[in-house]
Design a protein around this ligand. Structure first.
Ligand code: ADP
Ligand code: MG
Length: 496
């Protein structure tokens, strides 16, 4: 697929135009009349004609993304123009400068035929969008893959999250059936966007991943991408630093089914909301499917721009509730089948009855049961279940309260408890408040709102923001990080 470049003629004299350059000049004159000026400047001026061989003109493009974009958007125009200038036999080949090349003067390139020769896509050609830029061998931008006509991306889906093992119950019936519907006709139902919201561990991620997996099964040609809002925010920050926001936006605009998990995290990231808005509009206008999850009902997402909230209302907002007893039982049975465990009905009922808060804990209980049974070489019977569940209940009783964490942190920073409960902006109190909120989120099951209420009435965005601040500071400030670790040990000791 990569032709030997020696075959091509290259211009070594900058004053005299090669034949290739002359022909390309002619092409440019035609193209200029057919596209907007900005398009011409952005996408055609940077192209250099670098070779001509057997009616094949070689165009050098600055990046793989560039190549994909041309193929995606201007393939017809390019094809027609080249045929007009070179005649019916005229063909096009791209030469792509490799962005990861370390040699600026003699960058690595690869040649690839124009779309007259569409290539087969293969899973092994997927690019992981989580590529770390620090590795010089990685391709700098996660965007395109040479040799493929359409952009191929790793959908970032977990193949274990499918509808088959997603138990239907009263708690998720609407969201689940909307999801199945969307997977059958992505972008073509009125459920666009589909917003799934509900508490932690109630099955949002599983559901939206199942939709993604189903789309891949039913529509293998559609590009699907699952991305957490957190990752999206980080990618955006990364690309902003490198002045690559346009590339970033373009990349997301090429996706057919975009699944964005945990969009409540956007509330403290207004700039990310701006780019997401641009992406959302483009996708929606092009009939692409957007699927979102949130831990809060969209209408209660304080800090989310109204223009986004109004767009979320265009589609379907479906909530998931905490699983009811029957659903919990059914989920346990599915998990048992998956793990190859056999547990009596009585035990299943006992566990489902005693663990109510979220599905992750149900799974935890199941694993604990299994571990105890193998450890003691015992059957999983009701007695063992009772003993193990007692531990679970005990853990719950020993769970940290927000008040306990507040006192520990106050102690550590010598801030009085009373001052912590005021809304002052004094530095020491702000520091203690942020850290307490961080640990309250980490070690209690309280909602963000409840946590905020414990500090004299801050809203949930403040809590999210505090947690992010602590995490950011830990990354940049070693001393701060050590303090946090020390406090964490105290919190864990106190709850042991
Ligand atoms: P959320 O994203 O809402 O926090 P997850 O989707 O991560 O929750 O679910 C937590 C765990 O519970 C996952 O392992 C998931 O497979 C499981 N789970 C949740 N709901 C269901 C369900 N209805 N059927 C089967 N498993 C479920
Ligand atoms: Mg989730």
């Amino acid at each position: 697929m990569f032709e030997n470049m020696d075959k091509h003629l290259y211009n070594t004299n900058t004053n005299v135009l090669t034949e290739a350059e002359q022909l390309w000049e002619k092409c440019l004159n035609i193209i200029k009349d057919n596209v907007a000026y900005s398009t011409y400047q952005t996408w055609f001026v940077p192209i250099k004609a670098v070779g001509l061989n057997d009616n094949v003109i070689t165009l050098q493009v600055p990046s793989q993304f560039f190549y994909e974009w041309l193929e995606e958007h201007y393939v017809e125009l390019l094809g027609k123009t080249i045929k007009r200038v070179l005649g019916r036999v005229g063909r096009l080949e791209y030469r792509i400068m490799m962005e990861s090349s370390s040699n600026k003067h003699n960058p690595a390139t690869m040649n690839i035929s124009g779309s007259a020769y569409p290539k087969q896509s293969k899973d092994s050609n997927f690019i992981d969008i989580s590529l770390k830029r620090s590795d010089p061998h990685d391709i700098k931008t996660p965007y395109a893959i040479p040799g493929l006509k359409r952009v191929q991306i790793d959908p970032q889906l977990n193949s274990n999250y499918v509808f088959d093992n997603y138990v239907e119950g009263d708690c998720n019936r609407v969201a689940r059936s909307a999801g199945i519907h969307v997977a059958q006709k992505p972008g073509a139902t009125s459920f666009n966007p589909l917003v799934v919201y509900g508490g932690v561990g109630w099955g949002k991620t599983h559901l939206v991943q199942a939709i993604g997996n189903d789309v891949r099964r039913l529509h293998p040609n559609k590009s699907v991408l699952y991305v957490s809002a957190e990752k999206f925010i980080n990618q955006f920050i990364d690309h902003s630093k490198n002045n690559e926001v346009n590339d970033f936006i373009h990349f997301y605009q090429l996706i057919d089914v975009l699944i964005m998990d945990d969009i409540h995290l956007f509330v403290t990231a207004p700039k990310t909301q701006d780019v997401f808005f641009a992406i959302f509009n483009h996708l929606h206008q092009s009939g692409k499917q957007i699927i979102l999850t949130s831990d809060t009902a969209p209408r209660d997402l304080e800090g989310m721009q109204e223009r986004l909230l109004s767009r979320f209302r265009w589609g379907l907002n479906a909530d998931i509730q905490a699983p009811d007893f029957d659903t919990r039982k059914a989920i346990l049975q599915v998990k048992m089948r998956q793990e190859g465990l056999e547990i009596s009905d009585e035990v299943v009922r006992y566990v489902a009855y005693n663990i109510q808060s979220n599905v992750r804990e149900l799974e935890g209980a199941l694993i604990a049961l299994y571990a105890q049974a193998t450890l003691n070489k015992k059957e999983i019977d009701i007695d063992l279940a009772k003993r193990v569940m007692k531990n679970f209940v005990k853990t719950a009783a020993r769970e940290m309260t927000i008040e306990n964490i507040q006192k520990l942190v106050c102690d550590y920073y010598h801030v009085s408890y009373d001052r912590l409960l005021t809304k002052t902006r004094k530095r020491d109190v702000v520091l203690a408040r942020q850290i307490t909120m961080y640990f309250a989120k980490k070690f209690t099951k309280q909602s963000l709102k409840t946590i905020g209420d414990h500090f004299g009435g801050f809203d949930h965005t403040t809590v999210i923001h505090s947690c992010q601040t602590v995490e950011n500071l830990m990354e940049t400030d070693m001393e701060y990080k050590e303090n946090i670790i020390e406090i964490q040990q105290k919190v864990q000791l106190a709850s042991a």
